[in-house]
Design a protein around this ligand. Sequence first.
Ligand SMILES: [Zn+2]
Length: 395
Amino acid sequence: MDFPYLIGWAALSVTLGAIIFGAGRRLGREEEALRIRRQDDGKEAAFYFRGLNFLLADEPDKAIEEFIKFVRINSETVEIHLSLGKLYRARGEVGRAIRIHQNLIARPNLSVEHRTAALYALAEDYRQGGFVDRAVDAYRQVLNVDPEHRAALAGLQGMHENEGRWDMALDVLKRLEKVTRAPDPRREAHIRVRMGMEIQSRQGSGVVSDEAMDHYQTAIKVFPGCVEAHRLLGEAQLTQGRTRGAIKSFEALKTSRPSHFFMLAEALRRAYERDGDPGGFEKCMNEAVHAFSSSARLVVYRARMLEEQGRLVEATELLRAGMAKHPGSLGIICPLIPLLAKQNLWQEAVATAQRQLDRMLAVQHAFQCARCGFKAQDIYWKCPQCLQWDSMEPL
Ligand SMILES: [Zn+2]
């Protein structure tokens, strides 16, 4: 059984237990009532405990049958219906969950609290069932009653994202952030990027409005490490012929997110080239690859460039330094070995390859249990996972 499933069962069991307890207490009021109720109560308890036993025996279908019998006797109890509906949804039986929740909502004397809970549950059913419009509508109804319902806000926000309705997604995100007081800058930045992209795609290529660029700029302000915002802003500035601005936009990522800066290196090269300043690019890259925070991917990008320019010695130096900084990085070793070979540095090439193979061998599993698949570097005569004796074979 998976986790949401278990939670569903746990919630149901607790609710049913509370109801039996409550029913038991009510019994004490009158002798005659006690006698009559005791029969019913005995029946309820029997269904409940049979259900619980089936549940413990991992037989959810039979358990659900018993719980339904319980629900028939206790048809007024809203919590049981809510729990049962949740359980059906967790099992993927969305249709049944929807029916339960719709019936609840149709009750004339339902409290506001229960109606809201049932509406939210119905929204979740619709979402899981793929009924987008109905889910959105149900979330909105929940929020009409309780504008600070966090789960409904989060659900609605997610629906708008899935639909690609970015302005609405942003609007609901702002409401959610206000309620939770937990800002989500990465989400906001990417929503703003999408809003800008949408404006740009409406306008067609070759034109970039200030409105689109405003979105990219806000995205960067909200989350300075947003690669897409830097890239799109820089590209837009290039389209407008503002090469210095583009250079600044691409380069900003070097400090705000050095791990991802390599993703904009090629765009930056183009911008410098168009600006007629290839030396500027050279200088920027030298700083970036030798910075403390430089990534292996950036080192490889720069080394490839140097190699293309025939600067083999510099490229080799850079990769050697990169290897010392990022030991075991295949991205660096793969271009380094042929580069060494190209310069007839065979001994170093072989030694580098050997070192890497040793490193890989050291972390590779050498034995595997033929019974359960457990893997280990050393042999276990008794498998620690399935406890079988002498079941491990060399790989
Ligand atoms: Zn085993």
